[in-house]
Write a protein that binds this ligand. Sequence first.
Ligand SMILES: Nc1ncnc2c1ncn2[C@@H]1O[C@H](COP(=O)(O)OP(=O)(O)O)[C@@H](O)[C@H]1O
Ligand SMILES: [Mg+2]
Length: 261
Amino acid sequence: MTQRPETWYKHINYLGCGSFGEVWQGEVWIRRIEKEELVNDRLALKFSYATVESYGVQQVIAAHDLIRDLQHPFLLGIHAYGNHGNKLWIDMELAECDLWVRCCDKMSQKLCCPPVKLAAHLRQAAEGLDFLHENGVVHCGVNPWDILVADNAAKVADFDLARTATDRSNANVSSYRIAACMAPECDSGEITRFSDQFALASTYAWLRLGRPLPRIEGHAQALARLPATERQALVKALAVDPQKRYRTCSEFAKILEWSVQ
Ligand SMILES: Nc1ncnc2c1ncn2[C@@H]1O[C@H](COP(=O)(O)OP(=O)(O)O)[C@@H](O)[C@H]1O
Ligand SMILES: [Mg+2]
């Protein structure tokens, strides 16, 4: 009888953390008849803080069950996930950094990349989100730390809150970063693909202005710092009524990209 080769992960460098877990650069190794071989050293591993049986982790597993077969150049690839030591691990494509690190100067918290480049990344993320929406999934947690950059392209990542477009339950949000970008209708569980568009526009505004947008009443004052065409492009995506936003994230992102040329 031939023995199945044994595979295992090693975590190498700490990459970051969020409200759900911590992320490491990792490697996959395989043992074939007394010999160890490195199979892949270009992956990232996320480990949950909470144990697998907790409600929050079960929800994240359900979210990954929804998206695991959805592949798109502007969605971060999820390779596998499972239980290790009673914690959830997620094996995923390795990115260079998140959009916050790519676009903001650490000291001043100000935008350090040209708006044209930021808008181009936003259009890529918008295409990734539209692809999710076409497949009946809403991301539900877009913010500057959950869009990653790999091979100079933006990739929507962190699918922990992903849900079907027909799900009307309240979102279980414990992250300030996600909450700060969320659309107002999410408070009552009315989360749709238009909510991702609002969060994408909030993400752009946060990176562009160096701070999160205040609640809706404060939008006009905060956005007044931007040129009129750019502001107009954002205002529609940030409409209180989801039906008054653009039809798709890409439509919004194309108009935004045009506005900063
Ligand atoms: N695949 C990856 N490649 C590189 N860095 C990553 C990757 N995934 C996450 N990170 C870094 O780790 C941070 C936290 O990851 P995230 O998936 O958002 O965790 P959480 O679910 O706890 O919010 C990200 O903001 C990013 O800086
Ligand atoms: Mg996150």
